[in-house]
Design a protein around this ligand. Structure first.
Ligand code: IVH
Length: 667
């Protein structure tokens, strides 16, 4: 047995070291495949020998599916902010103020970058991560430990030696630019609202209730502040060097400066060099290095007297506003776009800027012909941040008005209560909405019909298609008459339309483009309601009772099915042979999806009987057992699950899934 324990420990240490090499040092020494093999080996051993389970094992970083509200925790040391400065003059003031307050004692200033993410406080005891808490209001924050554990560069167990028994470390959770851009690309494809910048994306992700979503979003974390009663040294800089040796990602751009000139040199260097970093920064932080001096200088009510932030000037350009156009998307949302005289900004030519919504336009008091300030800041899409009113001539026009009617179909727009956006309600007659819905329907993740936006546009303009059902009536002889279409391309298209009849129900549902019904929601709905008919008949109450379906989504589904035209469309799709229910075959066919997983079924169910669930688990390679033990991987919990079982499961950290979660696992 001891031999097994040694083997497990060795694997865990090895894997943590590789995690550290990869995520902190960016210097992997083994391939991803080798890493995965070692991880699988460890997973297997942990399953076989549950007595050696450890919540800090590298296998625990994948994130479980259990959702819960965050618990509020009081910070041991309040999380203060820093006072901001914007000029070298103010930095000089800070430096001289410090000099005076220290009565002319020599002091050193540590310069660091100011990372633009969301701050986090981690608490370690005996070298293990115990708790991760967000800033909150500075006094109390959310306990986001489960989410933070999914961030690979954060050590769950510290490396080396010499760390205090208990300490707090603070840093910034960041979403690297590359991850941010990819995430927004995916969201754009699904017409989900985009994150404005990596900071919002990081904090939004950290507040996700489902840690497996957090795990998938690839966050990173940089650390810059060690607090506790018995830190290794009395120098901030040296303490961070120690923290680095324990496995934290402490950026090595930190400099200990001896003079004001060195501080200025640092600022000057990083003002341009920061653009080459993988994460967003918005300034420099200056800190008095000596903790003795820090204690002497103390705090004001809001911030330490021993530190200050210098914010970089966002790059800005001035240009002329020529016109504002209004674009209509698939969902009918109308977006105002500013058309500008081309201007250079952060290395790219800017011709257009988003104006977001009517309130923003009003707030800017914008007029055509205005000279406007354009900034890129942390955002990818440039925005107009102000108007140079002094440059206005007496000839200046009236304020820009948000259009009242749809620029495409002239229908009167409406603005739902509580929303910033205006919509065109003419779902069935507004061309960009119709074309947009067809484009969405044919995408790879929906029906996977090989047809680009230009083809959709052409076919629509030629009157061949008015809605998605018309795709299934396209005839080879009509297409062959069109310019540029030959036997081969026509038969490829028709074949992919034919193949789409086998696309599973949840993707058909997603393809319909019901507002707020993305891929995940579509899967949820498919497993909860089984088929289109039942979904169509579902009441608002039944919809909101479904996991992850809130009022906004429920309302949108009800609205969709209340439209006669949509119901007709679905009838037609059904008549052409599209999948309108989750395939019972799929649930019944044998797979290995649950192989190696042990289940305990508890409670009563509504979609299948207990015996049916038992059979389903076995069909998919899983195992059933009667009682909860450390060997159990999942509890399939129905109504009225016994409290003793629940208690035990929680204690052992076993994942609890409901019927829908479970059925989702098989899709
Ligand atoms: S030190 C008591 N160092 O900026 C001072 N903060 O406005 C503790 N930040 O809430 C903060 N980079 O989220 C410090 N190198 C850095 C930082 C940094 C980013 C953030 C942090 C803090 C905010 C202060």
């Amino acid at each position: 047995m001891d031999e097994i324990k040694t083997k497990i420990d060795k694997l865990r240490n090895e894997l943590e070291q590789h995690n550290y090499n990869y995520y902190v040092l960016s210097n992997p020494t083994i391939s991803d495949k080798e890493f995965d093999m070692k991880l699988k080996k460890l997973q297997k051993l942990e399953e076989e020998y549950p007595e050696y389970a450890d919540p800090h094992s590298p296998t625990q970083r994948v994130g479980s599916d259990i959702s819960k509200e965050f618990e509020q925790v009081t910070h041991r040391y309040p999380m203060l902010s820093l006072s901001n400065t914007y000029s070298e003059e103010e930095i000089k003031d800070f430096y001289e103020r410090t000099e005076r307050a220290l009565n002319g004692q020599p002091f050193q200033i540590d310069c660091e970058l100011k990372y633009d993410g969301t701050s986090i406080s981690l608490w370690y005891e005996h070298g293990r991560l115990v708790r991760a808490v967000t800033r909150g209001d500075g006094t109390r924050g959310d306990d986001v430990t489960a989410n933070v554990k999914t961030i690979r560069s954060i050590p769950l167990k510290l490396l080396g030696t010499g760390y205090p028994d208990e300490f707090e470390i603070r840093g910034e959770i960041l979403m690297p630019w590359a991850v941010f851009e990819q995430l927004n690309k995916e969201r754009e494809e699904q017409e989900e609202p985009l994150f404005a910048n990596p900071r919002n994306a990081a904090s939004g992700t950290l507040k996700q209730q489902n840690p497996s979503i957090v795990a998938a979003r690839k966050l990173d974390a940089y650390f810059y502040y060690l607090i506790g009663g018995s830190l290794p040294t009395e120098s901030h800089f040296d303490n961070l060097v120690y923290a680095r040796s324990w496995g934290f990602k402490v950026p090595d751009v930190i400099r200990r400066c001896q003079s004001l000139q060195e501080v200025f040199d640092y600022i000057k260097y990083w003002d341009t060099e920061r653009k080459n970093l993988p994460v967003a920064t918005d300034g420099i932080v200056l800190k008095v290095d000596s903790l003795v001096q820090q204690r002497y200088l103390g705090f004001t009510a809001k911030s330490p007297r021993w530190a200050i932030a210098y914010k970089f000037q966002a790059e800005r350009a001035v240009t002329r506003l020529n016109s504002v156009s209004f674009q209509v998307g698939r969902t009918g949302a109308v977006t105002p776009v500013a058309n500008l005289d081309p201007v250079q900004l952060s290395g790219t030519t800017v011709k257009r800027a988003s104006l977001h919504n009517a309130d923003i336009i009003k707030g800017l008091d914008l007029r055509i012909g205005d000279m406007v300030f354009v900034e890129k800041g942390g955002e990818i899409i440039p925005k107009i941040v102000g108007v140079n009113t002094e440059a206005r001539s007496f000839m200046i026009g009236d304020p820009v008005q948000f259009v009242k009617t749809c620029p495409e179909c002239e229908t009167l727009l409406y603005r739902p209560e509580g929303e910033a956006a205006h919509y065109c309600p003419n779902e069935d007659g507004c061309p960009p909405q119709i074309k947009g819905r067809i484009e969405h329907f044919v995408t790879r993740r929906a029906m996977n019909i090989v047809m680009g936006p230009e083809t959709v546009e052409d076919f629509y303009e030629l009157g061949l298609i008015h809605n998605v059902a018309d795709l299934y009536t396209l005839q080879a002889e009509d297409l062959l008459k069109l310019e540029g279409w030959r036997q081969k391309s026509v038969s490829n298209l028709l074949q992919s339309i034919e193949d789409s009849k086998q696309v599973p129900f949840e993707r058909v549902l997603y393809g319909l483009g019901i507002r707020y019904v993305g891929e995940t929601v579509a899967k949820r709905l498919a497993t909860a309601f089984h088929n289109m008919e039942q979904l169509q008949q579902a009441s608002f109450e039944a919809l909101v009772e479904t996991d992850e379906i809130g009022e906004r989504i429920a309302q949108s589904i009800i609205h969709y099915f209340s439209n006669e035209k949509n119901r007709e469309l679905i009838e037609r799709l059904k008549s052409y042979g599209l999948q309108m229910s989750i395939s019972e075959e799929k649930l019944a066919s044998r797979t290995n999806k649950l192989s190696g997983q042990t289940f305990v079924i508890s409670g009563t169910f509504s979609k299948h009987s207990r015996d049916e669930y038992k059979a389903i688990i076995e069909q998919h390679g899983g195992k059933n057992t009667g009682s909860v033990s450390a060997k159990t991987n999942y509890i399939l919990a129905g109504e009225n699950m016994g409290p003793a079982k629940l208690e035990k499961a929680k204690k052992l950290g076993i994942k609890i899934v409901n019927e829908e979660d479970f059925l989702n696992m098989l899709l």
